[in-house]
Ligand binder design. Structure first.
Ligand code: MG
Length: 270
């Protein structure tokens, strides 16, 4: 019996001591709080397939293109809008934004390279995220689907077959310009193509042009975005946008300052 109790009681006592020790350490630890009073994040019902988040601006829900300039040029059928005659641009202007759109290149494969299922979304009318049928269709890499045209190829080719619906989820940080018109902060683009990361906070080098290297020219904080007509009947559906603002505490530098203050107060006094 004595031997048994020795084996049973000792481990119990050891675990009790360990528990007591760890809880007293926990009690001695002080929770870190930044002290910054952030505004409470707004509640938003998130998107499910085919449905925009509750705070999104729906730009095309399959019915009409009344929110687009030249929208009358495109053909609306079976809940989709097909590129035709000209590009279209939003009547509303946008700066920093999250944009969702769905597109499908023509089922009937015609043309090669840049001539197959070409369209594009021009953020602020200047910065193109390429739309192209890049399913077994070679072209220059910084011109294939989900490239930032002539600046960055996509990280991977996530293209689906011609005729299948594909999604772009774009996060766009618009460039900022100072009073002299110089770039104060470049633009950045992140893209998920069919849910796959293809542009990771890529730094825009300027406008995306066919015949010239990228170049910035100062412009307004908000501008319409455009969908390109490049001669191919690319289809679109379910287009929505959410504007966002940089999350800043009341004073821009206060996060850094608060942390400095906290570090100072925790330094041992000499
Ligand atoms: Mg294009």
């Amino acid at each position: 019996m004595k031997v048994l109790s020795c084996f049973v009681i000792k481990p119990i006592a050891a675990s009790l001591i360990a528990t007591l020790l760890s809880s007293s350490i926990a009690l001695a630890q002080k929770e870190f709080k930044s002290g910054i009073e952030w505004p409470e994040p707004k509640v938003v019902n998130s998107a499910s397939t085919g449905v925009a988040p509750s705070d999104a601006i729906v730009l095309f829900d399959g019915k009409d293109l009344s929110q687009w300039k030249n929208g009358e040029n495109w053909i609306i059928k079976d809940g989709a809008a097909t590129a035709n005659k000209s590009g279209i641009s939003t009547k509303q202007a946008f700066g920093d934004a999250q944009i969702h759109l769905e597109w499908a290149s023509p089922e009937k494969v015609e043309g090669t390279g840049q001539g197959r299922g070409n369209s594009g979304i021009y953020l602020m009318g200047k910065y193109e995220v390429q739309i192209l049928d890049s399913f077994v269709n070679k072209t220059y890499f910084d011109g294939q689907a989900a490239s930032i045209y002539k600046q960055y190829p996509p990280l991977v080719n996530a293209s689906r077959k011609p005729g299948e619906w594909q999604t772009y989820d774009i996060i766009f940080n618009a460039p900022r310009f100072d009073k002299e018109g110089k770039v104060a902060k470049p633009g950045y683009i992140t893209v998920l193509h069919n849910g796959v990361l293809v542009q990771n906070h890529s730094e825009l080098q300027g406008g995306t042009m066919y015949d010239r290297p990228p170049e910035y020219k100062a412009h307004a904080d908000k501008l319409p975005f455009e969908l390109q007509f490049h001669g191919n009947p690319v289809k679109f559906r379910n287009i929505w946008v959410r504007e966002f603002k940089e999350l800043l505490p009341p004073e821009k530098a206060s996060v850094a300052n608060k942390l400095k203050e906290l570090n100072k107060s925790q330094e041992p006094k000499k």
